[in-house]
Design a protein around this ligand. Structure first.
Ligand code: ACO
Length: 320
């Protein structure tokens, strides 16, 4: 395949200021810091204030990514936001973000694939660049997932945090996103869902997260392993030739199980779950941003996720 290729040129992130540790939940629920740490690896998470807007988190993340990429906002020619918690039913958060960034005219749309959303959005941006419909795409993963949490359900409320992170994808002569695979299994929709929906101006049903944790654990682990191996096959490399593994941060035990099956040492696996919890679409780019200083040109970075849908995916990027 010839170019143009899509290359990650810059990363940026933003977290709400407020941090909530596990002891908060132990004050009113039958749970403990020890249980949460042991079963999930989570120690604390950032939570947005009640009136916070997703776009207000996404904008600084995007601006930092734009600066890191060495471009200016007016060079952005596509904006794709992965989110399950948009500010409005419509227009898309990407349109609100476009305005907030002072960008004009470029296509702007949201993608919804829950915790796998960032990889779905990355895939859209990569395809636009490969097709020469974009040369500088802003890809954002942003969620205020705490909006979809039942604070009295101890099996879910302890898992999630809020945040936003972005990458700038630029057209390049050399391969950047080397391989990519996405998938979904709608027959597993009910194991992780928020069933509320708008109807005649009202929200009907319950727009809070319900989860069969063990089924999600099993299917998400399997999906991430298979997707990662599929991407390695596409790129004709073995997992141990990869420098950085950047998993969706759902649960430390899932992260470790996938790493073990892929036969990789934990020094290569990026884990931010202890500090962020599960930030859904923001989780992978937040983790990517956390190793910004350590990544070197030529490094191979494997990102992989699974989420509600069930959706899954993996992408292998070569650092320019
Ligand atoms: N504190 C104390 N006890 C709890 C808590 C809690 N916060 N949550 C559940 N329990 C209890 C359960 O009620 C159950 O009690 P019981 O035996 O009396 O019925 C017991 O702990 C064991 O429950 P399990 O569900 O078997 O616990 P498990 O070890 O599977 O851990 C968990 C639960 C952490 C939710 C796990 O299943 C998990 O992480 N699943 C993946 C879910 C996930 O990551 N979802 C995020 C979105 S999807 C994604 O991002 C891929």
């Amino acid at each position: 395949m010839n170019g143009p290729y899509a290359s990650i040129a810059g990363v940026g992130s933003e977290l709400p200021a407020r941090q909530v540790d596990n002891h908060h939940f132990a004050k009113y629920l039958d749970t403990s810091d020890e249980w949460i740490r042991k079963r999930t690896g989570i120690v604390r998470r950032h939570l947005a204030d009640k009136d916070a807007k997703l776009c207000d988190l996404a904008r600084p993340a995007a601006q930092k990514a734009i600066a890191a990429a060495g471009v200016t906002a007016d060079q952005i020619d596509a904006i794709i936001v992965a989110t399950t918690t948009p500010d409005r039913i419509f227009p898309a958060t990407a349109c609100l973000l476009q305005d907030a960034l002072g960008v004009q005219g470029c296509p702007a749309f949201d993608v919804q694939a829950v915790c796998c959303g960032f990889l779905y959005a990355l895939s859209c941006g990569e395809a636009m660049i490969r097709a020469e419909r974009s040369s500088c795409a802003l890809i954002v993963g942003a969620d205020i997932f705490s909006r979809l949490v039942d604070w009295n359900d101890r099996s879910t409320c302890i898992l999630f945090g809020d945040g936003a992170a972005a990458v700038v994808l630029k057209a390049a002569a050399n391969p950047g996103i080397v391989a990519l695979q996405l998938g979904a299994q709608g027959s597993s929709a009910d194991i992780l869902t928020a069933e509320g929906h708008p109807q005649r101006g009202e929200f009907c049903g319950k727009p809070v997260t319900r989860m069969d944790g063990q089924s999600v654990f099993t299917l998400a682990t399997r999906a991430m392993i298979e997707s990662s191996l599929a991407v390695c096959d596409q790129a004709a490399i073995k997992p141990d030739e990869i420098d950085w593994f950047v998993p969706h941060q759902a649960n430390q035990r899932i992260i470790s199980a996938v790493a073990q099956r892929l036969g990789i040492g934990k020094e290569k696996v990026v884990a931010t779950i202890a500090e962020h919890g599960n930030t859904s679409a923001a989780s992978i780019p937040l983790a990517l941003d956390s190793i910004g200083e350590q990544i070197k040109s030529g490094d191979r970075v494997l990102m992989y996720a699974a989420g509600g849908g069930l959706t899954w995916g993996a992408a292998l990027a070569l650092v320019p």
